[in-house]
Design a protein around this ligand. Structure first.
Ligand code: C5P
Length: 229
């Protein structure tokens, strides 16, 4: 039974391009809950590290950066996502596919992960939180009352990533994206700390061929049945 003294969390974990971001944002909006895009934090550490010309394979300075990360998330007048780092708009850099790969390198370091933990947990506020990532259910919110592990075929994930990148004005080829996505997922699955893996309590859902609105409705129903709202 869900502990009503704690804000409920719905964890959405899974490989890149499985639809976590789209479904998660929709779900948060539908429920009126907060949304945590944990991948954006790793991406921001990679961007901040790049700007300072830090070696992404050396954890000490990166962990310091992660700890003091000065960032903000919002939307512009046209409803497009805007991400600020030290007060400057870095949205396009954060969303670039090369930053995804750099984030995956940065995310291998336990020091960096530890430095981002408190910031992620602080997002757990009433009426509830939808948390998107790789280790939401296994590490960040292990007591979450609902954990979904979202998957999709590599082709479909690459197509979705392609659409997202185009929306951000970034061009890419689908075959290249398939390769990049598979390489990044391998690195995420095989790392020693907080690897990408479904928690024992998680429900695995294959989103291939499913509309985000259908997935969202399915998760809302599950959450309702578990008494989360
Ligand atoms: O979700 P997104 O593609 O933005 O994540 C970028 C990278 O950040 C992932 O490939 C993964 O290496 C890392 N990440 C992580 N743990 C999370 C979220 C993202 O290690 N909770």
């Amino acid at each position: 039974m869900h502990d009503a003294t704690l804000a409920p969390v719905i964890c959405l974990d899974g490989p890149s391009g499985a639809g976590k971001g789209t479904v998660g944002r929709m779900l948060a909006q539908r429920l009126g809950w907060h949304f945590l895009d944990s991948g954006a934090l790793y991406r921001l550490v990679a961007v901040a590290g790049g700007k300072r010309r830090l070696d992404l394979d050396r954890p000490d300075a990166l962990a310091g950066l992660a700890h003091g990360l000065d960032c903000a998330f919002g939307w512009d007048a046209r409803g497009r996502e805007r991400i600020l780092l030290d007060g400057r708009d870095v949205t396009a850099e954060v969303r670039a596919e090369t930053t995804g790969a750099a984030a995956s390198r940065v995310a291998r370091h336990p020091e960096v992960r530890a430095a981002l933990l408190a910031r992620q947990r602080a997002e757990r506020r009433f009426p509830g939180l939808v948390a998107d990532g790789r280790d939401m259910g296994t590490v960040v919110f292990p007591d979450a009352p609902l954990k979904i592990f979202l998957t999709a075929s590599a082709d479909e994930r690459a197509r979705r990533r392609h659409k997202q990148l185009m929306e951000h004005g970034i061009s890419a080829s689908i075959p290249d994206l398939i390769q990049e996505i598979e390489a990044r997922d391998r690195q995420d699955r095989e790392r020693a700390v907080s690897p990408l893996v479904a928690d024992a309590d998680a429900l695995t859902v294959d989103s291939t061929g499913q509309a985000p609105s259908e997935l969202c409705a399915f998760i809302v129903e599950l959450a309702g049945r578990r008494g989360l709202f």
